[in-house]
Structure formats: C-alpha cells, structure tokens
Design a binder for this molecule. Structure first.
Ligand code: SF4
Ligand code: SF4
Length: 393
C-alpha cells in the first residue's frame, strides 16, 4: 500500500501523498427519508413534463433532443406534482407515493441476455457515470474497438470519500452482477473489481488502466482504445438494478463528512434532494463550518445556494477552520510545480493566462492547485476557461 501511495505521489510530482482522511470507512449505509421536493437539473435535456403534471415515482421527466450525440434520460425519484421546469424539473412529493426502500436482491446471471438489451436497459434507466463524470453509461457499453477487460473502479480518489467502499462491502453481489452485464455487453472475457488503493489519485482512470493492465492510454484517447472499459462501482450497481429490477437511476450513496457534521457517514439519498436537507439530517453545525463542499476537496466545488444532489455528487463536506488550510492567493512565481504535478503535462500557468483548446484535456484532478505555493485556484480557473472554450467551439 505504502509503495503505491508514494508512487502515485511521485507520479503526480507531489512532495507528499494527499491525506486520505477516510474516517467514515466503517459507517454502514443509512437511507435518508424522501425529501418534500426534488430538483432535477435539466442540463441541456428537454423536459417531458409541464408544471402541474402529476408524475409517478420513477417516471421519465426529461430526455436529450433527438439529435444528441450521447442521449440521456432523467427520472424522478418522487411521485407527486411537477412544480416548475425552469432549469430543473422540480417535483413536489406526495407522501403516500414516496419511493420504496431499496431492496436487497441477489445476483441474477446475465446469461441469455442479448448485449443490445443490456445497452438499451442502461439507456432507458438514464445511467450515467457516478464517479463524477456523468457520461452516459450506455455509450460506454458500445465500443468501436474490441474490449477484453472490464474494470470496476472502487479506488475512491477523493479524501474523505468512502461511499463506494461501503457499497462494495454491503452490495458486492449487485456490483459483480453489473460487472458481468457490462462484460456481456462489450464481449469482454475478463473483469475485475478494484477496491484497495483508496487514496488520491488512485482512481484516476488512466492510472487504473496502466497499473492494472500495463496499458498506457495515449493523449486524447479513451480506455476503450486500449481494450478496456472502466466503470465506477455505483454505475455497475445501477446497471444491475436497471437490468434485473427495471429501476431507473434515482438514487446514489454519498459520503457526508467533515468536522462540522455531527453524524458523518454514508447515506443513500434520492437524486434531486436539496443538499441543505442532507446536511441538516446529518447534523450540520453551520457555526463551525468554514467551508462546505459538494464533492471532494480535490475535485469538488463550494456548495451553491439551493444546490441539489446530482448523479455525480459523491459527497458533501462541511470542514472546520482546522481542517481547511487557509491560504490567500498570491501572484504566480513561475516555479513550475503545477506543470510537474499535472499527470498529462499541461502547461498550466500558460493555459490559465491564454486558454486554448488544450484546456478541454484538463480533467480537474486538482493536483496543480494542491501543489501551487501561491494558492492560485488553478482547477477552478481551468474549468472556467474550458466552459468558455466549449461556448466558442
Ligand atoms: S487539474 Fe487539470 S491542469 Fe491541473 S493537474 Fe489536473 S489535469 Fe492537470
Ligand atoms: S505552481 Fe502556482 S506559482 Fe508555481 S508556476 Fe504554477 S501557478 Fe505559478
């Protein structure tokens, strides 16, 4: 373990490994009650409902336009009434129609299922990458290149996060069923669940493929270009639930942690639940919270007012002043540490000053920001630059 930890730090050019802080590792998953209302961001999707419509739990409420390259679908976890569709589909729940508790199910062998049926189930269920990328899973299950290996990525990158670990501890049969389904969909002969090296950035897809298979993914290429498919643990579980239970993607497990949380742990939450509701249920002490983050400290962002739990939200952190290293931003001193730290060798300061198409290669790992002695929020700057680049593309 230590050797890999140090190897990862060296690979990223970090002086020391990022602290793991996996304090909730033994906290069993607790299901939070259904909220009064869910807000499901449309993010480019077209609403299939209108304000005032009655909807049943699990109903499809939006989907991509017909011409979309990577079509997606969105479902409501709550049955009730559509309140608005302005930027997000907001559904007010009817208590009697609250979603049922997720049931424990056994593994159902996918033998006999056609690959196309698995891909269609993933598409209809609206499954996206739950590791944070939120790329439609059905698109990953159709590859123009032969794939021999499916890797289920349980190497949780972010400090504090233990939700994928708990899903593996408590629902491994479901994850393995999802892996078997993915193998069948792409015709792979080998599958493996990776769940040991849980420190930053062990879960970085390129590192996982190189470390496990000894295959380097060239710049601008994907795992499928080297014969691999990498799925997050919870995406694999969602695939199982879609195929074996017909359940759309309406919930996920997240980690809620930090010194300002009275009941840190791992929680099964319905997508669209207001983050404020989750924090309140976990005992947020707002007076002690110096920083509240949606996602992890490396790749997350400051929680916005009214933000809801999305498919890619792996956790909520409420950190105290002692946990946050307060550093004020200073001018760049051209030390070059950010460039050395970037796993894909991006010229970081140059890209921040004069953004170009290369900003789209940045995958927001946070390593450059972590090592910057001037505390420049490089990851955030690059994200903003990437958004501008896409706008003008
Ligand atoms: S956040 Fe982007 S630029 Fe910074 S180290 Fe990671 S990939 Fe490189
Ligand atoms: S690490 Fe920070 S100070 Fe050093 S070159 Fe990069 S941006 Fe500038």
């Amino acid at each position: 373990m230590t050797a890999l930890r140090e190897r990862l730090a060296a690979w990223l050019g970090l002086a020391a490994p990022v602290p793991a802080r996996k304090h909730t590792r033994d906290a069993a998953i607790v299901r939070l009650p259904a909220p009064a209302e869910v807000a499901l961001p449309l993010a480019g999707l077209v609403a299939a409902v209108a304000p005032g419509d009655a909807v049943a739990a699990w109903a499809e409420v939006a989907r991509s336009a017909a011409a979309a390259r990577w079509p997606r679908r969105l479902h409501t976890p709550l049955g009730g009434q559509v309140v608005s569709i302005d930027g997000a589909v907001v559904v007010r729940g009817v208590p009697a129609d609250a979603p049922a508790a997720p049931v424990a199910v056994g593994h159902r062998a996918p033998d006999g299922l056609a690959p196309e049926a698995i891909v269609a189930a993933a598409r209809d269920a609206g499954i996206v990458g739950l590791g944070g990328g939120m790329f439609p899973t059905h698109a990953k299950l159709v590859s123009p290149h032969p794939i021999d290996t499916v890797l289920i990525n349980g190497c949780e990158s972010e400090p504090y996060f233990t939700c994928d670990h708990r899903v593996l501890v408590e629902h491994r049969d479901e994850v393995e069923c999802g892996m078997a389904l993915a193998m069948r969909a792409v015709g792979a002969t080998t599958g493996a669940v990776l769940d040991r090296e849980d420190y930053y950035p062990a879960g970085y897809e390129r590192f996982v493929v190189r470390d496990r298979l000894g295959r380097d993914i060239p710049p601008r290429k994907l795992p499928r270009d080297v014969g691999a498919l990498v799925l997050n643990v919870q995406s694999a579980r969602a695939l199982h639930r879609a195929v074996c239970l017909g359940e759309p993607l309406v919930s996920r497990v997240i980690t809620v942690a930090g010194g300002a949380i009275a009941r840190p742990g791992n929680y099964q939450v319905w997508l669209g639940t207001p983050a404020a509701d989750v924090l309140a249920a976990c005992g947020l002490d707002a007076g002690r919270a110096a920083q509240v983050i949606a996602g992890g400290p490396m790749m997350g962002h400051a929680l916005a007012a009214g933000e809801a739990i999305a498919a890619g939200t792996g956790g909520l952190l409420a950190l105290t002043a002692e946990e946050v290293v307060a550093r004020s931003e200073q001018p760049c001193i051209r030390c070059g540490r950010c460039v050395e730290a970037c796993p894909i060798g991006l010229p970081v300061p140059l890209l921040v000053e004069r953004p170009g198409p290369d900003v789209l290669r940045c995958f927001s790992c946070g390593a450059c920001h972590y090592v910057c002695p001037s505390a420049i929020p490089l990851t955030a700057r690059l994200r903003e630059a990437a958004a501008e680049e896409v706008k003008w593309d």
